[in-house]
Unconditional design. Structure first.
Length: 201
């Protein structure tokens, strides 16, 4: 009888020890799950004011002013790609790559829109001279600030402060689905096209 009682007590002790040993692991798992939920929630609720007015140079060269919300409503998804400067080698290559693949993006429900701090006339000349048949936004700083694409970068061995080549995949509500920050121009459009089917699953 005493032996049975002792064995039972030993079993209870073992159970308690195992329980308390698992508590830190369970707490960490719970914390991680809550963190991921919160992170996703924050990414989904933080979006730019849809009434923000943007200066858009259409792919055929005309200039229009549209709200951010209206721009997003034109397609199920929008890829905003930020580039430093019109008529520069890297930006021309990137723009031509996105132009070449624009129909592939459209087949996935994605409109591609370029953004830089150049003015609308510069955009029109860039489209015409380099065959960039995409809508381009002449940003006055609103988009650049919201998407935090200004920073230090290496330009031919010299560290400068400027616009970082970056892209953002958005849904029609402006939620950020995927970010590509401070990328190289070469192969960037192709890389995004390879990745988006998985992102949109």
């Amino acid at each position: 009888m005493v032996l049975i009682w002792w064995n039972s007590l030993s079993d209870i002790s073992n159970i308690l020890v195992l329980y308390f040993l698992q508590l830190p692991v369970l707490w960490l798992l719970s914390f991680w799950c809550e963190f991921k939920k919160t992170q996703k929630f924050i990414l989904n609720i933080i979006s730019m004011d849809k009434n923000t007015i943007l200066s858009l140079t259409k792919k055929w060269g005309s200039h229009v002013r549209v709200s951010y919300g209206e721009l997003l409503s034109w397609s199920k998804y929008t890829l905003l790609y930020f580039y430093p400067k019109d008529n520069t080698p890297g930006c021309t290559l990137e723009g031509q790559d996105f132009t070449r693949l624009s129909h592939d993006f459209l087949s996935l429900g994605i409109q591609v829109v370029g953004v830089s701090k150049d003015n609308s006339d510069s955009h029109a000349a860039f489209q015409s001279s380099c065959g960039i048949w995409l809508d381009l936004i002449a940003d006055d700083g609103k988009l650049v600030d919201f998407f935090s694409v200004m920073g230090e970068k290496n330009m031919y061995g010299k560290i400068i402060f400027g616009l970082l080549r970056s892209s953002f995949l958005l849904d029609s509500e402006g939620n950020i689905l995927k970010t590509w920050k401070n990328v190289r121009a070469t192969g960037h459009a192709e890389k995004i096209l390879r990745e988006v089917p998985t992102i949109l699953e």
